[in-house]
Ligand binder design. Structure first.
Ligand SMILES: *Cc1c(COP(=O)(O)O)cnc(C)c1O
Length: 398
């Protein structure tokens, strides 16, 4: 900066002299564009001859660093390359994936128990564009094979494991093998597990999506999403192009918050898992509780499959009160330590009553078809001292 510049110029221009000190932490890049040294540099970056940043919607060092880290986590210990992209939300990651790969006339084979927003995306946004949806029970391999064999329009199999609200698991290896035979894509929403607990790519899955809003960030202070894929050409080509053109990119601030949160991911997931196991074991012995759904309990129907796919069992569990709707409402209103909130994966314990919260607009028979009963309570067990969680649950149940 020259001191001889006019007042307005001094206000408007950047001072670049002190930009060389190396920051210990990832800086937040609050810039919509990047300066170019020369026209040649611009040509090289635009024509992809050289790597570099041009415009914030295409990425910046803050956003790219976070994406890269999630890519490393999802391929940790695997002899495989993958690319990761960061999005403005989990829904942005899911919609960008689907819009990139599916066209009018194509079909997605999915389950009735996936995240409600994803079902709505398929029914209210993609179906009017000509993309059809077919639902099956993801543990019925014969039915899946029958569908793949008979219906060439199916292009993608999409599911979650473990899934809401019963924590039912899906055999990723078996489905990926079937998909390979019939040349279909498999995409898995890994939000509940994070790559510390489960790496879908290891079992042959093609795409992994995340709402990083939940466990990856873990602190409940940002909305963002991620997509990891092993087909580098698709990730860098069609999918990145859709991200750029729809503008589903993440912003620096939410990327940075996610980055900060992810630093403690391993420690958090270990604590979420050990706390949840203790809570599940306690609930199982309580007389007011009819059933506990937690993959860490040997009584869970998918306990063995979960052990094959997951390192630990995570912080999500649900349970059924004997007293139905009235008991569910009373229980939730009596809680003092646990927080009532329609999210999951935060460091503090969160409770949700699907029948009166997330699924209040869903007809009762549709809820019941997906095992969301009146007395069902969902817990996202936090990393607090487990005794405080247990004391609260005990007083609310008695
Ligand atoms: C929250 C959530 C989403 C959607 O993510 P957003 O970040 O809210 O857009 C998708 N899948 C699962 C399993 C989720 O819990």
């Amino acid at each position: 900066m020259k001191k001889s510049y006019g007042f307005g110029s001094i206000c408007a221009r950047e001072i670049k002299e002190n930009r060389t000190t190396a920051p210990h932490n990832l800086p937040i890049y609050a810039t919509s564009s990047f300066e170019l040294e020369s026209l040649q540099e611009s040509i090289d970056i635009f024509s992809k001859k050289e790597e570099g940043h041009l415009y914030g919607r295409f990425g910046n060092p803050t956003i790219d660093t976070v994406a890269k880290k999630i890519g490393y986590m999802e391929t940790y210990g695997l002899e495989m390359e993958a690319r990761a992209l960061l999005f403005s939300s989990g829904m942005a990651a899911i919609s960008t994936l689907m819009i990139s790969l599916l066209q009018s006339g194509d079909k997605v084979l999915t389950a009735g128990n996936i995240y409600g927003g994803t079902t709505e995306l398929l029914l209210k946004v993609l179906q009017p564009l000509g993309i059809e949806i077919e639902t099956v029970k993801m543990n019925d391999l014969a039915k899946i094979e029958h569908a793949l064999y008979n219906d060439p329009a199916i292009k993608m199999i999409y599911f979650e494991t473990p899934a809401n609200p019963t924590l039912a698991c899906v055999d990723m290896e078996a489905i990926s093998q079937l998909a390979k035979t019939y040349e279909k894509w498999v995409a898995v929403d890994n939000t509940f597990c994070t790559p510390y607990l489960q790496q879908p790519l290891k079992f042959g899955v093609d795409f992994v999506v995340h709402s990083t809003t939940k466990y990856l960030n873990g602190h409940g202070n940002s909305i963002a999403g991620a997509l990891v894929g092993k087909d580098i050409d698709l990730m860098e080509g069609r999918i990145f192009q859709t991200l750029k053109l729809l503008g589903t990119n993440c912003n620096s601030w939410d990327a940075w918050l996610t980055h900060n949160g992810m630093k403690t991911l391993e420690l958090r997931m270990q604590r979420h898992s050990s706390n949840a196991l203790q809570v599940a074991r306690f609930l199982k012995t309580h007389e007011a509780v009819a059933q506990v759904n937690y993959t860490g309990l040997e009584s869970h129907p998918d306990h063995e499959l979960a052990k094959k796919q997951m390192r630990m069992h995570g912080g999500m569990l649900s349970f059924e009160l004997k007293g139905g709707l009235a008991a569910g409402e009373e229980f939730i209103n009596r809680l003092q330590f646990c927080t009532i909130a329609p999210t999951l994966g935060d460091v503090d314990t969160l409770v949700m009553h699907p029948a009166t919260m997330s699924h209040i607009n869903v007809p009762r028979e549709v809820r019941y078809a997906n095992d969301i009963t009146d007395g069902l309570i969902r817990l996202s067990i936090g990393i607090e001292n487990v005794d405080d969680i247990l004391v609260d649950l005990i007083q609310a149940l008695n």
